[in-house]
Write a protein that binds this ligand. Structure first.
Ligand code: GLY
Length: 404
């Protein structure tokens, strides 16, 4: 490892306290509202009970995916679905807050089922799947073996990197296509962890190269992002910029903006390179200054959805944005920091009440209602989603860390 890299890693570790996951620290001028913190503490308890109800409905060896209320139907997946890490990850966050032993037992049961994915080289989602689960477990309730599982996962993820394109391949496709989606920024955290854990800088370099390529090609002049970039695998040239889950190729799909915001905030945390902080700030400004962002700050599923103000909202995008802003405000200058903190607070307040926060034993046992998975495909439309729950609980914990 170079001296520069060592210094950067050390600075990042000091800043984040616990290598990657944010620890409690007071930030001058930003103070959590006592009543929202009290509410958050109650939500941690009720969410734990809600997830116990969900666990009771879960078939053996299956992961929760979503719930269709009209049919009272819980949809589940195997461990290979990109969202399999969120349920154990949320359980671990809840265990950290409540110390409820049954919550930990359920998390550990799911981790066992998830282990096999460490060798999966067919997906770019290993960061979501393995770092949100085993990464949390390593910090909250460590066991021998977790570190090796994470390292194998980082190796599997790295196998999808191509130096000519300068990016990790997101979706396997036709031979003449190399598809990279903005969501992939979320998988880089696992690679930074792997360099810290081993001293092998190759993971770090892959993450930085991927982030630079994405910064160059995914963003428009207003700092909104495309969803999918199709590269020529032989030359690395951009062949097409388009959407898959958004309203249109030129629209700003809300969750894509959220993944970019979170991703570049992590890039700054891990590298301390100001260009990533600038990028995160500009993405935040696109989101927060957008005329179509509602007053309650939970975005429509696409900033350019055709039927605004009657378009569906996406609680998952709001949850990811809130959590990201609560990290970004620690790095931003004081005037911006206050804006980010206040916006995140509004998002969390909105999500912490109906119609978003589900009543006990409704919503199939999920915590939040009203997320949007894939409207163009007509799947997971206005439903609960595991990642909405995960980033919401993470956001509440981050918010709580601003109390004294
Ligand atoms: N493709 C991951 C997502 O739906 O955000």
């Amino acid at each position: 490892m170079t001296t520069y890299l060592k210094k950067t890693l050390w600075a990042a570790a000091l800043l984040t306290g616990t290598f990657g996951k944010l620890s409690a620290q007071s930030v001058k001028g930003l103070l959590a509202d006592k009543s929202l913190v009290k509410h958050a503490n109650n939500i941690f308890k009720s969410a734990g009970q809600q997830y116990r109800y969900l666990a009771g409905r879960l078939p053996a060896n299956r992961f929760p995916k979503t719930f269709y209320a009209k049919a009272d139907s819980l949809e589940t997946s195997g461990s290979g679905w990109w969202c399999s890490g969120f349920y154990p990850g949320t359980l671990l966050y809840l265990y950290k807050q409540t110390h409820d032993a049954a919550t930990l037992t359920e998390a550990q049961r799911m981790l066992k089922l998830l282990e096999v994915e460490q060798h999966n080289k067919t997906t770019h989602d290993l960061g979501f799947m393995m770092y949100c689960s085993f990464g949390n477990a390593l910090q909250i309730a460590p066991k021998p073996g977790y570190k090796q599982i994470l390292l194998n996962s980082a190796k599997s993820l790295s196998s999808r990197f191509d130096a000519k394109v300068g990016a990790i391949k997101s979706w396997d496709s036709k031979k003449q296509e190399y598809l990279v989606i903005i969501d992939n920024m979320m998988n880089l955290e696992l690679l930074f962890w792997a360099t810290r854990a081993t001293g092998d800088s190759s993971y770090y370099k892959i993450a930085v190269t991927h982030a630079n390529t994405t910064m160059k090609n995914h963003f428009r002049p207003d700092f909104s992002s495309y969803h999918v970039i199709n590269y020529n695998p032989a030359t690395g040239a951009v062949q097409q910029k388009r959407t898959a889950q958004g309203y249109a190729d030129e629209s700003a799909w809300a969750r894509g903006q959220a993944w970019g915001l979170y991703g570049y905030t992590v890039m700054y945390r891990e590298t301390k390179n100001k260009k990533y902080l600038n990028q995160a700030n500009r993405i935040a400004q696109f989101i927060l200054n957008h005329p179509n962002l509602p007053k309650d700050k939970i975005p429509y599923w696409d900033f350019n959805a055709p039927n605004i103000p009657n378009a569906l909202r996406d609680a998952s995008a709001g949850a990811v944005m809130a959590s990201a802003l609560l990290e970004l405000c620690r790095y931003a200058d004081p005037s911006q920091a206050k804006i980010y903190f206040n916006a995140a607070q509004t998002m969390l307040k909105t999500l912490s009440a109906p119609p978003y926060l589900a009543a006990a034993k409704t919503n199939g046992g999920f915590i939040l209602q009203h997320s949007v998975g894939h409207i163009p495909q007509g799947t997971e439309v206005d439903v609960p989603l595991t990642y909405a729950d995960y980033y919401y609980i993470e956001g509440l914990e981050r918010y709580k860390n601003f109390s004294r």
